[in-house]
Ligand binder design. Structure first.
Ligand code: HEM
Length: 238
């Protein structure tokens, strides 16, 4: 990988302003809480408890490929979220470049070799039917595409483009957390139905992703106003 010069980035990319920092800190605390809740539920998966919310109704096909994919998925899933946080943090600091590259390689292997294939296998049997299945399968493919593009841009030394694809990957990886928050709100409002489940299978990743693209559009005039930093080819690739 080519060395990146962080000092080449626009100031707002290196030092996010205070309200953004506070917002990111609040989101990180909420995300950690949701992640702990997800992992806490694992006591019902070792051994498989078919009375648990997720495994109920899955006994008939909980063997062979599905079972293998399920355990690989739930073991690697939380690790990819923690690694994504480390990557986002270290990516903003020049002194962490070695750590960033090493963690990035592990993350690429976890996501492309385990999380995406296992997500695809599990999506076939998703609760609430084909629309939910399609939502999870599309999420799997989108995660693979963003990850591959983030790696490609890093190899080519395109820092801004690399960062954008990496952030998109992180957004997709954290969508299960967002999904839990939405599901929690739905339970509180007595709205938890099958229809809600398949809507959530799409909304939980499409909304944050579209939100990020809108943010980029909003800020693009400011960022691209600095011709020294972003070539037209990188602009097209980001
Ligand atoms: C971004 C790529 C991901 C895809 C495509 C994906 C896909 C899926 C699918 C299809 C299911 C089964 C849903 C059903 O049967 O209704 C599932 C379950 C699950 N996923 Fe993921 N997932 C992804 C990322 C993650 C991450 C990052 C975590 C980390 C926490 C995670 C944790 C879980 C857990 C714990 C379950 C099963 C148990 C439960 O929902 O409590 N997934 N996932």
């Amino acid at each position: 990988l080519e060395a990146f010069a962080l000092t080449d980035l626009p100031r707002q990319d290196r030092n996010p302003n205070r309200p953004v920092t506070v917002l990111v800190a609040a989101a990180a605390i909420l995300a950690l809480k949701v992640l702990v809740t997800i992992v806490w539920e694992y006591q019902r998966y070792f051994p498989a408890d078919f009375e648990s919310a997720f495994l109920s109704g899955k006994r008939a096909f909980f063997h062979g490929g599905y079972r293998f994919a399920f355990y690989a998925h739930i073991l690697v899933g939380p690790a990819t979220i923690v690694l994504a946080a480390i990557l986002l943090h270290s990516g903003f600091r020049q002194s962490y470049q070695y750590l960033h590259r090493s963690v990035g390689r592990i993350q690429a292997a976890f996501v492309l070799l385990v999380l995406v294939p296992s997500g695809l296998v599990m999506s076939v049997k998703a609760y609430a039917g084909p629309i939910a299945s399609a939502g999870f399968a599309t999420l799997s493919l989108a995660t693979a595409v963003t990850m591959v593009l983030a790696i490609d841009r890093a190899r080519r030394g395109l820092l801004l483009s690399h960062r954008r694809w990496a952030v998109r990957t992180a957004i997709l990886l954290t969508s299960p957390l967002f999904s839990r928050v939405i599901a929690g709100a739905a339970i509180t409002m007595n709205l938890e139905t099958e229809t809600f489940y398949w809507i959530n299978a799409w909304v939980s990743w499409l909304v944050p992703l579209v939100g990020y693209e809108m943010l980029l559009q909003f800020r693009s005039g400011y960022r691209f106003g600095s011709p020294r930093l972003v070539s037209s080819s990188e602009r097209a690739l980001s």
